[in-house]
Design a binder for this molecule. Sequence first.
Ligand code: PLP
Length: 433
Amino acid sequence: MSTDPNGPSYGFDTLQIHAGARPDPATGARQVPIYQTTAYVFRDADHAAALFNLQEVGYIYSRLTNPTVAALQERIATLEGGIGGVCCASGHAAQLMALFPLMAPGKNIVASTRLYGGTVTQFTQTIKRFGWSATFVDFDDLDAIKAAIDDNTQAIFGEAIANPGGYIMDVRAVADIADDAGIPLIIDNTTATPYLCRPIEHGATLVVHSTTKYLTGNGTVTGGCVVDSGKFDWAASGKFPSLSEPEPAYHGLKFAETFGPMAFPFHGIAIGLRDLGMTMNPQAAHYTLMGIETLSLRMDRHVQNAEKIAKWLEDDPRVDYVTYAGLKSSKYFDRVAQVCPKGAGGLFTFAVKGGYEACIKLIDSLEIFSHVANLGDTRSLIIHPASTTHRQLQENQQRAAGAAPEIVRVSIGIEDADDLIADLDQALSKATA
Ligand SMILES: Cc1ncc(COP(=O)(O)O)c(C=O)c1O
């Protein structure tokens, strides 16, 4: 399939199957082969030198690039409307890969309080060891975001549909703030997927994914991806020297000057993957390529089921409240049409009357729902965030993140909605007896 920007433009359902995947040049294989190889034979010494100099694009060593992984990168970038992508070993790796070219000791990011708990921990604890820091702000308070930005702020980071609450971020409004400050907006689009939300169309610069979730879709492999919009001028302000100035880690190459709008993906591979080594393996890329082929079909069903189940839970006297943004009662309901018009996703929380103890009993009584630390599976999943994914956080941070001790998080699968409701019904009866 042509990827010529002036060629035909295809719909999402076509691209999720074809983007990045050409018949194998050696064998004609129609499905993308799993290139299970560590290294690639150079034609001759000049070819090797040209590849290492980035004068010619090709394959050197699978820590950097691999044809199966490259097909996935191109597919995700195409679905997001980006110019290029870099796949890596996990969603958390993708977050570091997104920040790495932008940051230096003493620099900070402004991040939403409503993030996956592991991301809050990565941003409060782990990045400190690199001399980076994060300031957390309620992203519904746009003035607070502006106030948190200082001369050392290098990026703004938020989730389009926040895990665990399913809250929707006003991506356009935050992108405008980032533009005024001359810094990139990074959106974690894991829970929305490009089928429900395309953050680049709302002004985001970079999109990160845990491909572990809906993109793969069936809980088989971990992976991540950073997609670049290609729209940010890295050289304009002098704030991003690793991209705009001679980069000592690549014998003085100026990535922005040499690669223009592709500077970020090239940097991600040539320096990020080369030196940090958080590489996706070709087997994982294969599973994720398979998963993405049915992304739109699955997401429609996740949304349809989530809407039905959230409504049922909201009307149930054993439930205190439900956070699903697709419910008319949600303060985020109006944003759904604007940010993710095909639906508010399959992830939300609900509070069980009886608090912490009732949550635990509910989880232990369910039969179809699996109690696991994952989301975005074909199967329905449930977890109690305060005692698991958000355990490292203080209670005030848990509440700010939408992970209060009295709630459970569900990732609604694509089973029969009526079976899921019956399962919740019997477990709620036991939990609140
Ligand atoms: C929204 C979100 N972002 C990032 C991650 C991290 O992804 P991974 O587990 O693939 O590192 C997760 C994991 O649950 C997540 O839910």
